[in-house]
Write a protein that binds this ligand. Structure first.
Ligand SMILES: [Fe+2]
Ligand SMILES: [Fe+2]
Length: 415
């Protein structure tokens, strides 16, 4: 099947055990199942990773699709080295070990463990900060840092907020939120407070503060719930509701197939028609509509995808951009026309067009390509850059690359 690499067993083993191992936080493309060889036209499940989350919680999330069982749990970052494991010295003096567990593929051996040095983290951080690098390479460096986690990674990510790319900066904030490392709180607050930062960046900083889950930021979030920039205000309102929900519900939001840290817990309702009704009802509170959104995502299936896609025509740019994000997670081709229409609409908010572009890159079907290529030179910088990054995602999804977050792998291969 074109675009579905099938590395040799030896190749897989070498990649798992080689120096690239610690950065291999995304699983390899699984072997082609027999049914796919026999029925090449049958749609194949595409639980492809894009954004991984977890950081110090050591879990990965999958922006594009649910975490496949053969990859769970992909990474463990332990405080003490496992027997026979390698350890990494962190900048704060702590020692941690990086352990990967193998995918389900039977030919893959025991978890790989390898060393990540301060110098390597620094080199990846420098790639992230280097404006001369192509944006997709800087994105990959960012996700490598996010997957590595730890104080040094948080610091390197925090240093990039002076960049000229709103797209990159909003992704920095997203990653810091997904890492759920409280060390990131000060920089996120400063970004939220900085009105010179683009609304999309401040929005993501507010959302990240909610994602980290520390109630100490409640007062700040309440203050910015009244921000004149509506995307920032709505984000902070949601983050306040999330933190209050966490306080009132001793347990964290239930585990979902998508291990991302979402701005609202999924609704308990699972009926698609009822969830759709709440989702599209603009008289409902935004938090409840978000809860319906994440419940629909978790239920999945084409009816849920199409209900979500209807949300691209609802009020609130923030709401529509989150719909785009969720559709990117779902990776269902059924919503390509709606995503493409939103990307093409110059009347649409750039934040929404950006998220729709990335969703198309995550879905990564040929039907996504034309619009991504057409808008890779859009006059709106954030749209243009999103399409460029999305095309890189498309290439990753359809190619033989071992992992998306390949910063460490590239670094070690070049040394
Ligand atoms: Fe966002
Ligand atoms: Fe985004």
């Amino acid at each position: 099947m074109p675009g579905t690499p099938s590395p040799s067993p030896e190749g897989s083993v070498a990649q798992f055990l080689g120096p690239c191992a610690p950065a291999r936080l995304f699983p390899p493309v699984p072997p082609i199942p027999d049914w796919a060889r026999l029925e090449p036209n049958r749609p194949r499940p595409r639980p492809r990773p894009w954004r991984a989350a977890g950081g110090n919680s050591s879990a990965l999330s999958w922006r594009g699709g649910s975490a496949p069982s053969w990859a769970a749990p992909p990474v463990r970052i332990a405080q003490a080295p496992p027997p026979g494991g390698h350890v990494a010295q962190q900048q704060d003096g702590g020692v941690r070990s990086v352990t990967e567990e193998p995918p389900r593929a039977p030919r893959v051996p025991r978890p790989a463990r390898a060393m990540v040095t301060e110098q390597e983290v620094e080199a990846i951080g420098r790639t992230l900060l280097d404006a001369a690098q192509p944006l997709p390479a800087r994105f990959r460096a960012l996700f490598t840092l996010r997957n590595l986690g730890g104080r040094a990674a948080v610091e390197w990510i925090g240093r990039a907020f002076g960049d000229g790319s709103a797209l990159l900066k909003h992704e920095l904030a997203f990653c810091l939120g997904q890492m759920q490392d409280e060390a990131a709180i000060p920089v996120l607050i400063s970004v939220l407070e900085d009105t010179a930062q683009e609304p999309m960046v401040r929005h993501e900083a507010g959302e990240a503060l909610g994602a980290i889950g520390n109630p100490d930021v409640l007062d700040i979030l309440k203050r910015y719930s009244q921000d004149p920039v509506v995307e920032v205000a709505e984000t902070c309102q949601l983050a306040v509701r999330r933190l209050e929900w966490l306080q009132n519900n001793k347990e964290k939001p239930s585990t979902t197939p998508y291990l991302s840290v979402d701005p609202a817990p999924p609704a308990e309702e699972t009926d698609v028609a009822k969830l759709r009704e709440i989702l599209l009802d603009e008289s409902q509170e935004l938090f409840d509509r978000y809860r319906a959104m994440f419940a629909l995502r978790n239920v999945g299936g084409q009816a849920a995808v199409l209900a979500l896609a209807e949300g691209l025509r609802c009020g609130s740019a923030l709401f529509r951009h989150e719909i785009g994000y969720v559709l990117g997670q779902l990776q269902d081709e059924a919503c390509v026309p709606q995503l493409t229409a939103a990307l093409r609409s110059r009347a649409e908010s750039p934040m929404v067009r950006h998220e729709c572009a990335e969703a198309l890159g995550s879905i990564a079907r040929p039907s996504c390509l034309q619009a991504l290529r057409a808008f890779a030179s859009d006059e709106e910088r954030v749209v243009r850059e999103s399409c460029q990054v999305a095309l890189d995602m498309y290439e990753y999804e359809n190619g033989a690359q071992f992992q998306y977050a390949d910063g460490l792998c590239k670094l070690q291969a070049s040394s």
